[in-house]
Design a protein around this ligand. Structure first.
Ligand code: MN
Ligand code: MN
Length: 492
């Protein structure tokens, strides 16, 4: 008899339906059809165990990686533990790469690219997972320290889109680096150890807030009033600005830091303390920086677990997404394509045309978070097209605002292919848009990779209270995202 073709171009009458179970194995077919809409209802005890394991690792990751630098360091450690080598070393030693080689490249300690070389990179391109590892926060200014009315303050500028009123009166930790004149770089991390002090931004007491309470939320907290309380104890009774003098003395004694060292520092104030399980059923994780470290972590685990992929895999973990992907470490930088050129050079196949082909023939999941439908604000979502907790990895065909403005808007053919992959690997997935038409919007790095002519779609984990100091995700969505990313890099 003639073999069955399931090609869409054949009419249904040409397919012998009795043969379908040979094409789709019955067990897989049944599992898919009987699947409950809520992922939690589909897990076997073994699957629940891997779900908990993954989320345990993820809680550690976001509790320890609170800046793009810290995330880069953690991701490099993960990559090296899985046999990845620094591409710079490979270049320096004039070594060659081949199928099976695993390398990574770091740019300025703030972004990371990984490659696992598969077959025919020029014609097959790469399966790319790209996430960002910067999150909204409060940055110190370059001349931050001052004293007024016997308070020592750190002057700040916020980073990314925040509701400023959410960031006052909560414990903050300071993370970052100070680059000293002698070339040494001092790591700063104060406020995470339970014995450390924490910092905070004050807010006006409710008793005196009659006028303040009349302001709109955008104006409630003035950006210039978001200065961090740094100290109140004077050094002695003689010194001028004695409170400032005292914190300067502490900085000098503990970190060897002078006041002018702030000039060449990057210090970020972030919510202090670890991410936690949330809900009595522990189904959620409440923590800082799910956007977009939940996608970065799940992408990394998926990438590093796949040994000897047929198609080359590529992980992009970039900085500066929250402020428009600018800067040398943001996605708009040429770093990525330059590293692709270096890679081809090491493979012995570098030409400009090959570099362009590798990029054009690639596929990407721009792995970034999506907005979870919030029943408390139901009128801001179009429920049929909103992401729900527990319904799996989210695909956003388009993002943008005011009529898909600034959106990548992925191709139907690509979505069709991804849908088949997700089905095949029993991954729960859903499609969504950020919110109702005309209520706002947002963007990701998707459009930047699409510039190379490759297929790109946004996909990631649904987040509740996105950009708040503490955001929430569902553990089952973290798990399904990991499964989805793994399926993508194996099959796409
Ligand atoms: Mn994001
Ligand atoms: Mn964001």
């Amino acid at each position: 008899h003639t073999p069955i073709s399931l090609s869409i171009h054949n009419t249904l009458t040409q397919i012998d339906c009795t043969k379908i179970p040979f094409v789709l194995p019955f067990t897989y077919y049944r599992r898919y059809i009987m699947k409950d809409k809520n992922a939690w209802n589909n897990y076997s005890p073994e699957e629940l165990k891997s779900l908990e394991n993954l989320n345990k690792g993820y809680i550690d990751f976001i509790s320890e990686g609170k800046t793009e630098r810290e995330c880069t360091e953690l991701l490099v450690k993960m990559a090296e533990a899985h046999g990845y080598r620094d591409l710079n070393e490979v270049i320096k030693n004039n070594e060659t790469l081949s199928i099976g080689s695993k390398v990574y490249a770091v740019n300025m300690n703030k972004c990371l690219i990984t490659f696992n070389i598969g077959e025919d990179i020029v014609n097959c391109g790469m399966n790319i997972l790209g996430a960002h590892i910067d999150s909204p926060r409060i940055d110190l200014k370059q001349n931050p320290l001052y004293e007024t009315d016997e308070f020592a303050y750190l002057d700040t500028q916020y980073y990314g889109g925040i509701k400023k009123y959410q960031w006052v009166t909560m414990p903050l930790a300071l993370h970052g680096v100070i680059a000293k004149k002698d070339g040494t770089v001092v790591n700063v991390n104060i406020g995470e150890d339970p014995s450390d002090p924490v910092f905070f931004i004050s807010d006006l007491l409710i008793h005196l807030a009659q006028d303040q309470m009349q302001l709109t939320a955008a104006k409630l907290i003035d950006g210039e009033n978001m200065d961090i309380v740094f100290g109140t104890q004077p050094l002695d009774s003689e010194s001028e600005s004695a409170v400032k003098a005292n914190v300067l003395k502490l900085l000098k004694d503990k970190y060897g830091i002078e006041e002018d060292d702030f000039w060449s520092a990057e210090i970020e104030a972030v919510p202090a303390g670890r991410a936690r399980e949330a809900g009595l059923d522990r189904s959620l994780i409440l923590g800082y920086g799910h956007d977009d470290r939940s996608c970065a972590y799940t992408s990394a685990v998926a990438l590093f677990e796949v040994e000897n992929p047929k198609t080359t895999t590529c992980g992009l973990f970039v900085d500066k997404e929250e402020i428009g992907s600018y800067g040398a470490t943001g996605m708009q930088s040429h770093f990525f394509e330059d590293i692709v050129r270096e890679l081809l050079d090491r493979l012995g196949i570098y030409t400009e045309l090959n570099a362009a082909r590798v990029l054009r023939n690639s596929r990407m999941l721009s792995s970034d978070v999506s907005a979870t439908y919030d029943p408390m604000y139901a009128d801001k979502f179009s429920k049929r097209n909103a992401a729900l907790f527990g319904r799996g990895i989210v695909f956003n065909k388009y993002t943008g605002s005011r009529g898909k403005g600034g959106s990548n808007d992925a191709n139907a053919e690509y979505l069709g292919k991804l849908r088949a992959i997700m089905h095949k690997h029993n991954v729960m997935f859903q499609s969504a848009e950020l919110g109702k038409v005309d209520v706002g919007g947002g963007g990701t790095i998707a459009y930047i990779l699409a510039l190379y002519g490759m297929e790109v779609v946004d996909s990631g984990i649904a987040v509740l209270n996105m950009h708040a100091p503490y955001e929430a995700v569902s553990k089952s969505d973290v798990y399904e995202a990991y499964k989805g990313y793994k399926a993508f890099i194996i099959e796409a």
